[in-house]
Design a protein around this ligand. Sequence first.
Ligand code: GUN
Length: 288
Amino acid sequence: MRWMSNMAEILDGKALSAVVKDEVRSEVIELEAKYGRKPCLCVIIVGENPASQVYVRNKVKAAAYTGMESRLIELPADVSEAALLERIAELNADDAVDGILVQLPLPKHIDEEKVIYAIAPEKDVDGFHPSNVSGLWLGKDCIVPCTPAGVMRLLDSTETEICGKTAVVVGRSNIVGKPVAKLLLDRNATVVIAHSRTADLASVTRQADILVAAVGRPGLITGEMLKPGAIVIDVGINRTAEGKLCGDVDFASCAEKASWITPVPGGVGPMTIAMLMKNTIRCFKARQ
Ligand code: GUN
């Protein structure tokens, strides 16, 4: 008998991301044999935001692991919006490029919305273009943003039925909160979107069979805010004053209450990158 039998199981995103990347790796071999070329992902980074540099490096590393082609375009922080849009237009027109990702956030003088709109929807591996966003909300088979797709894959790995469960998403960003809520709704969960203005957040989160935290507030979710046995997915990536990475979930107290919980780091983060590889394959196939 385990001594701490009420401890949650760890949802290991690092291990699961390796499985996903291996799936992609096999598929890259098949696709190259079939079409005579490999999928190609192009990642653009503007400026020297240290966190963005780490993410971008990991994306390129993952692409290399899967055997696909990748290009990294590093532009100076003072690059003009027009010059960036011009680079995107070139990549849109380049038949050798299947996926285009512009790392966010961008410097203040560049309009992120304009940049997102400029990427050809069929190469939009982030799934941020309005044509993909509307597709998601209208229930079309389209490119799904990487982090929400990674959250769903993590949930599926627990082999828990989602249908009929109450899912509470804390956070309403376009990148995570809103799309993950729609994906949960598509699986017939009863979905609640809570956010920074939600009154009595704990009374809402205590309803959750599935809790997805994506607000960017370190340690906001504590064990006493959970229903016993909840599945807890922590999308937060925050840095403490000491530079340590931490999520939106207080891991220690929540692990005593949850049935499954993702760690930070090693939970959602690696899954985001793995799903980016999947999205690149998807774009490649759709363009053949
Ligand atoms: N910055 C933080 N998350 C993301 C993401 O998923 N895609 C891009 N392009 N930038 C990000």
